[in-house]
Structures are given as C-alpha cells and as structure tokens.
Ligand binder design. Structure first.
Ligand code: C5P
Length: 228
C-alpha cells in the first residue's frame, strides 16, 4: 500500500487522469483530481452569468462561494456543485474554454489549494496514501511529496487522445479545434503569474508519446514499491 502523496502533474492529454486513478486503485490509495475542482469552480462562475469579460473579483466571488464536494474514491470519482453531480458538465466546451481564466485568479487558487490541503490531510494523516493530479501539485500544493511525476507528450498526440476521449463520452470532436484548444491552454497555464505549469526539479519526467497507459502505470508501480 502507498503512504503519503504521489504528485502527478503535466498538461492535458498525457493520460494523467487514467494513470493516476489506476495507480490509486492498484495501491489502495485515495485519489484527488484537482483539475475537476477548478472545472467545477468554473462551472459555478458560468452559472453566475460570468464569462470572458468578467473581472478577477467577480470570478473569485462566484468560484469561492461555490459549494463543491470532491469524492476521493479512485473507482468512482465524483464532484458535486450545490449537491448536484456535475461530472458531465465540467467536461463540456463552455467550461474547458473558460477554466484557464478562472484558474489564473490568485484568490481562486488560494481557496482551492486550501481545500486540497484539507482533503489531502484527511487521506494521508492517518498513514494512508493519495494520488493527487493537477498542474502545480509537486511545485506548490505538496512540494515535499516523496514521489513526483511529470507526464508530457507532444501537442499532436495529446490532442488525438483528447479527441478519442470526447468521442467516447459522446461529445463532438474536431481534431483541429482540439489541438488549438490544447495549445491555447498550455500557453495560458504555463505563462500565468501564479503557480504556472512546470515540472518540479525533483520530478520524474515521463514522455508518453510512445508509452501506453499500461507501460506508464507499470513504471509508477515499480517506483512506489521501491520506496516501500
Ligand atoms: O486537468 P484538467 O484538464 O481537467 O484541468 C483543467 C484546467 O484546470 C487546466 O487547464 C488548468 O487551467 C486548471 N488547473 C490548474 N491547477 C491544477 C489543476 C488544473 O490550474 N492543479
């Protein structure tokens, strides 16, 4: 069994969510998808009538006031907004198009990181383990995590993976649009002032262009068991 936190970072379309969930299951650990938290906060902002022209203060008020609950079971991850299961809507194009703007607001990040710390404390405080995935887990949220992994892949491979995921979920997918969105979010997430996306100096960087999810998982399980 896993003890403590495994920090899983990287851009979208690297297979991060698949691998993180499977690793948590394999190690009887809890699982936290911090991207889902920023997405649900974004949905709250959209439902409050906010969009591209909104000020940081308006976004912060809507996102921080939102009543979010994140489940930490890797078999069935759930996220609710005001008691409603929003796992579907948070993957839609409206949220995906606005989430980088919401997650760049410093007050929103401070609030989400505080909530993440509470969930992590609850899971690992009593000797348990948790796989936490996001963009800033190894750099900001849990800088002392004993195992940090940073998954990468070329934008083309990541867009193709996103497209397959969208199709499976019944969402229309146009590869050009998906690639443009992947590149736009990379740019915004990597260049923001607060907690930009980058690999921690002590993270293991895995390029997944030619690695299947199974191969990545096998590698990570090895690393976890090597740490005892
Ligand atoms: O991982 P996912 O694609 O669901 O994340 C959605 C967005 O949430 C990212 O593009 C990023 O803007 C934001 N995010 C973040 N910090 C995290 C996790 C996600 O800023 N730890």
């Amino acid at each position: 069994a896993l003890r403590g936190v495994v920090a899983m970072d990287g851009p979208s379309g690297t297979g991060k969510s698949t691998v993180s969930r499977r690793l948590a299951q394999a190690c009887s650990a809890a699982y936290l998808d911090t991207g889902a938290m920023y997405r649900a906060a974004t949905l709250a902002a959209l439902r409050a009538g906010l969009g591209e022209g909104a000020t940081e203060d308006e976004i912060a008020r809507a996102a921080i006031g939102a009543r979010l609950e994140s489940g930490t079971d890797p078999v069935a991850p759930t996220i609710t907004l005001d008691g409603e299961d929003v796992s579907g809507p948070i993957r839609g194009p409206e949220v995906t198009g606005f989430v980088s703007a919401v997650s760049a607001v410093p007050q929103v990040r401070a609030e989400m990181v505080a909530r993440q710390h509470a969930l992590i404390r609850a899971a690992v405080g009593s000797g348990g383990g948790m796989v936490v995935e996001g963009r800033d887990i190894g750099t900001v949220v849990v800088p002392d995590a004993p195992l940090k992994v940073y998954l990468t892949a070329s934008p083309e491979v990541r867009a193709a993976r996103r497209g397959r995921q969208d199709e499976k979920a019944g969402r229309k997918a146009d590869l050009h649009v998906t690639l443009a969105d992947v590149e736009r979010r990379d740019r915004l997430d990597s260049s923001r002032r607060v907690s930009p996306l980058y690999a921690a100096a002590d993270a293991l960087v895995l390029d997944t262009d030619r690695l299947s999810a199974d191969a990545v998982l096998a590698k990570l399980r090895e690393l976890v068991s090597a740490r005892g």
